[in-house]
Design a protein. Structure first.
Length: 256
């Protein structure tokens, strides 16, 4: 365990982090991706961002391996294939009846990304202190990536099935390696749930975060959730509590 200072604006926060960086690197790819822009969903249709969101990539690594003891942080993503879209006619179910409606969804096509992420202890769960074995969690996470994940992998939405495998971040040629800088404007970053709160404002709340990503040489480096200055509180949320041998078996599962 090590204690570091993290500066956000004028505030200095002391953060307890694992002794080692616990970094994992993987490649995720699939024929389609849909990282919906919230603005386009108001009318019932969906249009994807040009690049994956922090929350979507966090969902990918969480599908590979997750425990309430840890919180995944996505460090950066590398865009490997050229950004291209495809529009599909979809017949979703209407909100006010069981009949179908007609909508057009704009998907990303031929997606492939290299991702680097790491985990830290979830300090909002003191009941998990006995499960804070970073060597155990790191090795299990790497094995699960090699196996293709514990749960289904998808890019943004369930219909966009994807695959994951280990890689060396930065290896191979990317479609945007020669592009010095490309900005994507204001973009959805992710959601802060009550069990991952990082401030008094986010405690027992659901908070949506936004940021302004910039791709440099094909790589987007993500800021941490607490560094997002554009936030929107949605509603209150009760944090789920885990009790050993009642609704959590992680301690016994690997330590016997």
């Amino acid at each position: 365990m090590r204690i570091v200072q993290h500066i956000v604006g004028r505030k200095v926060r002391l953060i307890m982090r694992p002794k080692h960086p616990n970094i994992v690197e993987f490649e995720v790819y699939g024929p389609y991706g849909l990282f919906s822009d919230p603005i386009t969903r108001i009318g019932g249709e969906k249009c994807s961002y040009q690049v994956p969101t922090y929350e979507a990539l966090k969902g990918v690594i969480s599908s590979c391996y997750w425990k309430p003891t840890i919180t995944w942080y996505v460090d950066k993503v590398r865009i490997m294939n050229r950004i291209q879209t495809e529009v599909k006619g979809i017949r979703p179910i209407r909100y006010n009846s069981y009949s179908n409606d007609l909508a057009y969804y704009t998907y990303l096509k031929d997606c492939r990304y290299q991702v680097q992420a790491h985990f830290e202890w979830n300090l909002n769960r003191p009941e998990m202190i006995h499960d804070r074995d970073e060597n155990k969690h790191h090795n299990i996470a790497k094995r699960m990536i090699e196996k293709g994940g514990r749960r289904d992998i998808f890019l943004g939405t369930r219909e966009c099935q994807a695959y994951v495998e280990p890689c060396k971040f930065g290896s191979g040629e990317g479609a945007y390696d020669d592009i010095n800088e490309l900005s994507f404007g204001v973009m959805y970053h992710g959601i802060t749930y009550a069990d991952e709160a990082y401030s008094k404002e986010t405690e027992d709340m659901i908070t949506v975060r936004f940021w302004r990503p910039i791709m440099k040489k094909g790589v987007i480096e993500f800021i941490r959730p607490e560094e997002c200055i554009i936030n929107k509180t949605i509603r209150e949320m009760d944090k789920k509590h885990f009790v050993d041998k009642i609704n959590f078996c992680g301690l016994k599962e690997f330590n016997d």
